[in-house]
Design a protein around this ligand. Structure first.
Ligand SMILES: Nc1ncnc2c1ncn2[C@@H]1O[C@H](COP(=O)(O)OP(=O)(O)OP(=O)(O)O)[C@@H](O)[C@H]1O
Length: 247
């Protein structure tokens, strides 16, 4: 099966500094959540920047739906169906939820398509529909994240790149956001996810990819990574807490 997005043997970095990614590869099929895990500074956000076209790889290739898009900038990548969801603080607080969401569809010239997409994202994110006419700044942090998701889905992306979706959210809002990630996935979107809360993210993801020293350290079904005690110690903040013995 052709992956919606694929990075092949990518080397990438900043300015003249040594490369951050040193032969990194990942593939995200349609309707699949792939979670990138790794220590701070491993290059997880850099992978998303490369995938979004914000940072050109020095070597390697980026394929979107099997088509070579290496070197394409962010606008071309978006036109090709690759959307980077800006996390936190990208909502315009003085504008309504409706205005914020419709901004995501400003490239859609077909009015009826825009209306169809708006109806779709309102259904996918009920809170967005309920607060459609409210000022976005009056929404909670978790609700504002959903506005950001809804905005990025207006263009009907094939691939959504998510950087730290749970940042700054309480556990309940985090659960809602991960539920929404699953709904995006179930709607057929390919999701590449970077998340500090790696354990929670892997519980949601289908596939996991551990990034270390700019390369794939290990990858496979997310459930297998979660069950690997060595990975748990190294990357997932230790093993899941064992229940204390009953006295
Ligand atoms: N704009 C930039 N200019 C120069 N160096 C950068 C830039 N952004 C990131 N880096 C460097 O690239 C390396 C990888 O950073 P990146 O943000 O991709 O890692 P990460 O795995 O997402 O880290 P974290 O888990 O801490 O968010 C780091 O050494 C960082 O200092």
């Amino acid at each position: 099966m052709v992956s919606e997005i694929e990075l092949v043997d990518v080397q990438a970095g900043y300015g003249r500094a040594a490369p951050v990614l040193r032969g990194f590869s990942v593939a995200v099929p349609a309707g699949t959540v792939v979670c990138l895990v790794g220590p701070n500074g491993a290059g997880k956000s850099t992978v998303l920047k490369v995938a979004a076209g914000l940072l050109a790889p020095r070597t390697g290739r980026i394929l979107v739906g099997g088509q070579d898009m290496t070197g394409a900038g962010p606008q071309k990548m978006l036109a090709q169906g690759v959307a980077l969801v800006l996390q936190g603080h990208s909502v315009f607080r003085e504008m309504t939820v409706e205005e914020n969401v419709l901004l995501g569809g400003y490239t859609l010239t077909d009015k009826s398509k825009r209306a169809r997409r708006a109806a779709f994202v309102k259904e996918l994110f009920p809170v967005v529909g309920e607060r459609w006419h409210s000022l976005a700044g009056l929404l909670s942090g978790g609700q504002q994240k959903q506005v950001e998701f809804a905005r990025s889905l207006m263009v009907d992306p094939k691939v959504v790149l998510l950087d730290e979706p749970s940042m700054g959210l309480d556990p309940k809002a985090t659960s809602t956001i991960f539920d929404q990630v699953v709904r995006m996935r179930d709607a057929g979107t390919a999701v590449l996810l970077v998340e500090q809360n790696a354990r929670r993210a892997l519980e949601t993801a289908d596939l996991g990819c551990v990034l270390d020293l700019g390369r794939v350290h290990i990858s496979g079904p997310a459930a297998d990574l979660l069950a690997d005690p060595q990975l748990g110690e190294l990357y997932l903040g230790g093993r899941p807490a064992e229940k204390p013995p009953v006295p």
